[in-house]
Ligand binder design. Structure first.
Ligand SMILES: Nc1ncnc2c1ncn2[C@@H]1O[C@H](COP(=O)(O)OP(=O)(O)OP(=O)(O)O)[C@@H](O)[C@H]1O
Ligand SMILES: [Mg+2]
Length: 954
């Protein structure tokens, strides 16, 4: 590494004097392990063979710049501190394209057609069609191909709709970034969509921001970045800009790779702190993009998806098993029709068993759910988020904004003895105004409160102070400090933060409200008794539902300079003097109470996961009806982060989980503990929904079965979530759960009804094969019946679902499907056999005349199609059909249409002969009516018994 980056006197000269040499990508021993692990992982997954050269090139480019001083970096990127002009941005956008992983935003129609056509079911059907044409049966070939085309067309249409929908949703969920842009020589901070970033753009990064491109950090007081997305490393890494004096160390240390302290990689996020960075590479040229999808990590498939997959495999296995059996029986028993016909018949049975509509119905249900959710202001990033919402059994939420209104206000400003004093507020105002991290609700409230209502208004300009240092807020310290210098170079630390944390760093206190804002001469030692008074005051206010921050100061005396790197929280935030508290009103949300009742009525357990104090969280829980006063008095309903850490150290995982399950309020949790709680609940079989909008919620959001965030949340929380609410309200969650369940239940309904229908058909065909000396139905007729049934099922996503079915978390298993199928399948066979008997005994069709066989086959077609479609109305609900539960109009209309088409087919000239139908005998109609009535009544009775016995329906 030989870059001779020595800053010269003026920035422009300095930049020009720099020789830009590509730094060799010497692997840093600390990161080399990560590299090779990644590379191995990528190879294993085989998603993309990431050439070493690509990695080395990216590392070299970023690392090369990392060893240059900021001015040189800016020069190399044709930028400067003021930011790029609109013309420069336009030109660069043309050269580099948008900052998106997949640059072409066009719909890939051929790709969609391909995936609609090529799936296991279509492949089976096409193979069957080829066999049909090979045996010279053109009609069967045509019918099968029509089925392939129809199901592919439906699927294509469905996918197209979902892709368009997903795109539209994705556009709604933009990552916004703060960027410096110049306009006619004036610099302003603009908030732009991260897709519009170009190399050279100057970013202003704050805690909670996603790093939108590969960048070099130019300036930062303190900044920590979470790289877990790239390295799996959970703890945030400190980042710092290039430091002049370090340049020699850097040269020998070989830190000039992309893991250097001043390189910010796309896909990581600012855990805390803030800084200014310049964009080096965007879009597909970033390291993140070069890793392909492999790093996004394999998505956990949920229980629902696993069951869908298992059912599909089961059906494929049954098909493969049944077809040869039917073939052999037909070939040997019905010698008259010959092996060729037996083969066709076996094929048709196989087609009947193939659930070609399965992907269509599953996707259509999801898409329908997503569309309905979008109308309720709930955006789903991926379609299957819909099911995940429906599956939630435990719902974890943060406190502020969800359970309380999003408008925090200062209630009072007091000393530790609960005496009104303006000084804590004034100090908090200095702290909140000067800090440059993301302004939290508390900071806004503090700044807004400086309006004379709580005491004299303060003018910051009159203080004549400069901020010389800042230690940003993070969820571990739970405090925020700034260091200011006044005219006489006196340095003062102003800290505000959570009560316990600040108190533990205080040595003295003051209640003086007169004199200088920063004086500490009146301070007295903070004795144990005083600490107890302070804690009692905090507790009392918390129990009134007030949030608190403690405010403390420390005089550092006169200092010549204040070097940033010396200022570590370890020593700056020590020996503090407690000045008092600022109390905030954070009133509960009016509608939260009802939403909590609704969620509970849906069988969902609710927990608060907060970083705030337990007393206030408990109070809010009582106010919104999450806890009764009696429950709140029980110690096990509130668990704190410290308590959890102790339990984790002492108890087994199961015991810890029990403790978590017993607790409704989990307070003072660190971000890691929020995730730990979610993971322990999941391990005990709960499907966890997590709602949050802060940096401290991101890990838990990512881990949850479904992460829910809000449009106004931090970028990192949004990117970790599957669901984005356009308004932060529990009502949206209730709607989401209901629609998710509806979508799942309709899919389950499809599975159970279709599988039992198919199974019943196979059962009847087996019975017929052993009994009748002729084929019970022509192969082509089987196929037609199958198509009509499939089409009727395509309307399932539009059907209603009974309200009481929505009231419990949807859980289903292969076992419950099989049980349903084994009970209700053979019931239909009973009536099929009745039809065979009617033909055999009443009409005497025993296979000795072709004409008789044709009538018998037409009869079974009519009866089979009728029962198959009619029973849908009975099976779709566990109640009395039409009286207690109505199908939706669309669904009913489609089913009745298909039923009618089947009944009139034998009467339509041309079509009837093409499908080998003949006119049925007149007496079949009263027979059909009799069958319809008895069958529906029998199924209704069986339904009641079934429910009694198995305690479940769908
Ligand atoms: N900007 C800030 N300055 C000083 N202290 C803060 C600030 N923000 C939060 N705190 C302190 O840290 C504590 C934890 O707050 P934090 O916002 O991290 O928790 P949270 O889990 O996001 O809470 P919630 O569930 O209400 O969203 C607060 O009670 C407060 O005392
Ligand atoms: Mg929060």
């Amino acid at each position: 590494m030989s870059s001779t980056a020595r800053p010269a006197t003026t920035p422009s000269e300095e930049a020009k004097s720099v020789t830009f040499e590509r730094a060799a990508a010497t692997p840093n021993p600390a990161t080399y392990g990560t590299f090779s692990r990644l590379r191995r992982a990528l190879r294993r997954k085989d998603t993309r063979s990431l050439a070493d050269s690509v990695e080395a090139a990216i590392s070299a480019r970023l690392g090369g710049l990392a060893t240059q001083p900021p001015a040189a970096v800016l020069f190399a990127l044709e930028s400067d501190w003021a930011g790029l002009s609109a013309t420069a941005v336009d030109a660069k956008l043309k050269t580099f394209g948008p900052n998106a992983l997949k640059p072409d935003n066009k719909l890939k129609i051929p790709h969609l057609i391909f995936s609609a056509l090529v799936n296991p079911f279509s492949v089976i059907l096409v193979c069957l069609a080829i066999i049909a044409i090979a045996t010279g049966d053109n009609a069967t070939f045509t019918v099968i191909m029509v089925m392939v085309v129809v199901s592919a067309a439906l699927r294509f249409w469905q996918d197209l709709k979902s892709v368009v929908k997903a795109k539209r949703l994705a556009q709604g969920v933009k990552t916004m970034v703060h960027v410096r842009r110049t306009n006619f020589g004036l610099t302003s901070e603009a908030v732009v969509d991260s897709a519009e970033l170009v190399p050279g753009d100057i970013l202003e990064l704050r805690s909670g921001d996603l790093i939108p491109a590969d960048c070099i950090l130019l300036e930062a007081a303190s900044m920590s970045v979470s790289q877990s997305m790239l390295t799996g490393e959970a703890l945030p890494i400190d980042k710092s800009p290039y430091a002049e004096d370090d340049v020699d160390a850097k040269d020998t240390d070989a830190t000039g790779d992309m893991w250097a302290a001043n390189v910010l990689l796309s896909g990581t996020s600012v855990a805390f702190g803030q800084g200014v960075a310049v964009v080096v590479t965007t879009g597909p040229r970033t390291y993140f993009a070069s890793m392909g999808d492999a790093l996004a990590g394999p998505r956990k498939s949920n229980a629902f998806e696993r069951t869908v997959r298992r059912v599909s495999y089961l059906l494929l296995a049954v098909t493969i098993l049944m077809a040869p059996i039917v073939l052999v029986i037909q070939g040997t028993v019905n010698k008259s029709s010959g092996w060729k016909n037996a083969l066709l018949f076996a094929l048709s049975v196989a087609v009947g068993l193939t659930p070609e509509m399965l992907p269509v119905v599953v996707n259509a249900n999801l898409a329908r759910g997503a569309i309905l959710l979008a109308r309720k202001n709930v955006l789903v990033k991926r379609l299957d988020g819909v099911q995940n919402l429906g599956g939630i059994t435990t719902f974890c939420t943060d406190k502020t904004g969800t359970l309380t209104i999003d408008n925090v206000e200062v209630h009072s400003t007091i000393t530790l003895q609960n005496k009104a004093s303006i000084r804590p507020l004034h100090l908090a105002v200095v702290n909140s105004t000067l800090q440059t991290g993301a302004r939290s609700l508390l900071d806004h409230a503090v700044v807004n409160a400086n309006d004379g209502t709580h005491g004299p208004e303060m003018d910051m300009d009159d203080l004549f102070v400069d901020k010389v240092h800042e230690i940003p807020f993070d969820s571990a310290r739970r405090m925020l400090s700034v260091v200011v210098r006044d005219k006489r170079a006196q340095h003062t630390v102003i800290t505000k933060g959570a009560v316990d944390e600040v108190l533990s760093r205080c040595k003295s206190f003051t209640t003086s409200d007169t004199g200088s804002l920063f004086e500490t001469t009146s301070a007295q030692p903070l004795s144990t008794a005083h600490r107890a008074i302070a804690k009692a005051t905090a507790l009392e206010l918390n129990e009134q539902g007030l949030r608190l921050v403690a405010v403390a100061i420390r005089s550092l005396g006169q200092m010549g300079g204040f070097a940033d790197e010396d200022a570590h929280s370890d020593w700056v935030e020590q020996d503090l003097t407690l000045v008092g508290f600022v109390a905030f009103l954070d009133p509960p949300k009016e509608d939260a109470k009802q939403a909590i009742v609704d969620l509970r009525a849906l069988g969902i357990r609710i927990k608060i996961l907060t970083g705030d104090a337990p007393e206030i969280a408990r109070k809010v829980a009582c106010q919104v009806g999450l806890l009764t006063d009696a429950e709140a008095a029980q110690p096990e309903t509130v668990l704190t982060g410290e308590g959890l850490a102790v339990l984790v150290g002492e108890l087994t995982a199961e015991e810890v989980t029990t403790a978590i399950k017993n607790a409704t309020v989990l307070a003072k949790l660190s971000p890691f503990q929020k995730r730990q709680v979610v993971e322990l609940l999941q391990a005990s079989g709960e499907a966890v929904g997590m709602m949050g909008d802060g940096v401290n919620d991101a890990l838990a959001l990512q881990a949850a079965d479904v992460g829910i965030s809000v449009d106004t949340g931090t970028e990192v929380a949004k990117s970790a979530s599957e669901i984005i609410l356009l308004e932060k309200s529990l009502d949206s969650v209730v709607d989401g759960v209901l629609l998710g369940r509806k979508s799942m239940l309709n899919t389950i309904k499809y599975f159970k009804m279709t599988l039992s229908s198919n199974f019943g058909n196979v059962f009847s065909i087996m019975a017929a094969s052993f009994w009748l000396p002729y084929q019970p139905m022509q192969p082509i007729q089987l196929l037609i019946q199958n198509i009509l049934y499939d089409l009727s099922q395509a309307a399932i996503p539009f059907d209603n679902v009974d309200e009481d079915m929505l009231a419990v978390p949807v859980q289903w298993s292969l076992l419950s499907i099989l049980r349903f199928m084994l009970v209700f399948g053979p019931t239909s066979s009973f009536f099929d056999i009745a039809t065979f008997s009617f033909n055999w005994f009443y009409y005497g069709y025993r296979g000795d005349s072709d004409a008789g066989v044709a009538v018998a086959q037409t009869h079974w077609f009519l009866e089979g199609s009728m029962t198959q479609t009619l029973v849908v109305f009975i099976l779709r609900t566990d109640k009395l059909p039409f009286v207690q539960s109505r199908p939706s109009a669309i669904f009913a209309a489609v089913v009745v249409t298909m039923l009618t088409v089947a009944q009139v087919l034998p009467w339509i000239p041309g079509l009837n002969t093409a499908f080998q139908f003949v006119h049925p005998k007149g007496l079949i109609y009263p027979f059909l009516v009799g069958v319809a009535v008895t069958y529906c009544a029998l199924v209704q009775v069986m339904k009641v018994v079934y429910k009694r016995f198995f305690h479940e329906w769908f």
